[in-house]
Design a protein around this ligand. Structure first.
Ligand code: SAM
Length: 250
C-alpha cells in the first residue's frame, strides 16, 4: 500500500487489494465490481465506438487492470465477512466462474441480480444491455431490508464517465440500503472512483475502499470527500461512532 486517506467515516487505500485485505478489520457488507477481461462482441470492422473504439481498445480484453484471479480474491474477502451479504458484479461471461469461486470460499449463493443499463454494447450475438451481480451471504440467514425488491433493476448507465467501467451510485445505494443499517461498514476492494463509497456515506454507513490505480484513487477521494461534506448535516448523530481502524502505509 502506498497511501491511505481517512475521510469522515471512510478509509481509502491506494494499492493492491491482495496486500491490504489481510490486515483489514471485520466488515458488514461487500460490494465489489470485480476487474475482469471484457470482450467487444466483435470489432473486426473497427466500427465500434466508446470504450471499444480503435483509439481506446487494443482487443486484448483488458480495458482496466485485471491481472487478478477470482480464486485469489474470494478467500481473502470471505475472511473479513464472517456474517452478512456480499454483492459481486460481473458480466455474463463470468457469472458462473464468480459464483463457483465464491462458494468455494464459503459464501452461500442467494440470487443472481440483473442491472438493465438502458444503453447497449453492439454485439453480433445479441446486444449487451445488462450486467449481473452474484448475490451471496456468509453466516446465518438475514433477509434483505426490503423484501419487495425485484431481481431486475433498471438504472441509467453513466455516459462519458471518468472511469471506463464506472457504476451508478443509485444502483449500489439500493443494494447497500437492503443489506446494512446505519453505522455498519461497507467494503469495496476494487472501488474505481468509489460509487460504493459515495453511496455508503450518503446512507450514513462507514466505508473501506481499495484501488490500484492512482488516478482513480485520487478521484475516489475527491468524490467521497464531497459525499462526506454533503451528508454531514444529515448524520450528525454518528459523531459518537468509534472511528474505523486504519492500517498504516508500509
Ligand atoms: C470494474 S472496475 C471497478 C469500477 C468501479 N465500480 C467504479 O464504478 O468506478 C475494477 C477496478 O479494480 C481496480 N483493480 C484492479 N486490480 C486491482 C487490485 N489488485 N487491487 C485493487 N484494485 C484493483 C482497477 O483499477 C479498476 O478501477
Amino acid at each position: 500500500m502506498s497511501r491511505v486517506e481517512t475521510i469522515g467515516n471512510a478509509v481509502l487505500y491506494l494499492g493492491d487489494m491482495r496486500d491490504i485485505v489481510p490486515d483489514l478489520p471485520i466488515i458488514d457488507m461487500i460490494f465489489m465490481d470485480l476487474p475482469y477481461k471484457l470482450t467487444s462482441g466483435g470489432n473486426s470492422t473497427g466500427q465500434m465506438g466508446g470504450k471499444f473504439s480503435k483509439e481506446s481498445y487494443n482487443g486484448s480484453g483488458k480495458i482496466i487492470n485485471c491481472d487478478i484471479q477470482f480464486s485469489e480474491i474470494m478467500p481473502l474477502v470471505a475472511r473479513i465477512l464472517p456474517e452478512g451479504h456480499a454483492y459481486f458484479m460481473v458480466n455474463n461471461r463470468y457469472v458462473s466462474h464468480c459464483q463457483n469461486e465464491a462458494e468455494k470460499a464459503g459464501f452461500h449463493f442467494h440470487n443472481l441480480l440483473v442491472w438493465d443499463k438502458g444503453t447497449g454494447t453492439p454485439n453480433r450475438w445479441y446486444m449487451k444491455n445488462c450486467e449481473f451481480t452474484v448475490f451471496v451471504k456468509k453466516g446465518g440467514e438475514k433477509y434483505i431490508n426490503d423484501c419487495g425488491s425485484r431481481q431486475l433493476i433498471k438504472c441509467p448507465n453513466i455516459l462519458n464517465s471518468f472511469h471506463k467501467t464506472e457504476k451508478p451510485v443509485a444502483l449500489i445505494k439500493h443494494y447497500i440500503r437492503n443489506s446494512t443499517h446505519q453505522g455498519q461498514v461497507v467494503f469495496d476492494g476494487c472501488m474505481g472512483v468509489a460509487p460504493a463509497g459515495t453511496a455508503a456515506i450518503n446512507l450514513g454507513r462507514k466505508f473501506i475502499g481499495i484501488e490500484l490505480v492512482e488516478k482513480n484513487f485520487d478521484e475516489a477521494c475527491r468524490r467521497v470527500e464531497k459525499a462526506y461534506l454533503e451528508s454531514q448535516d444529515m448524520f450528525e448523530g454518528f459523531s459518537h461512532l468509534p472511528p474505523l481502524p486504519v492500517t498504516p502505509p508500509r
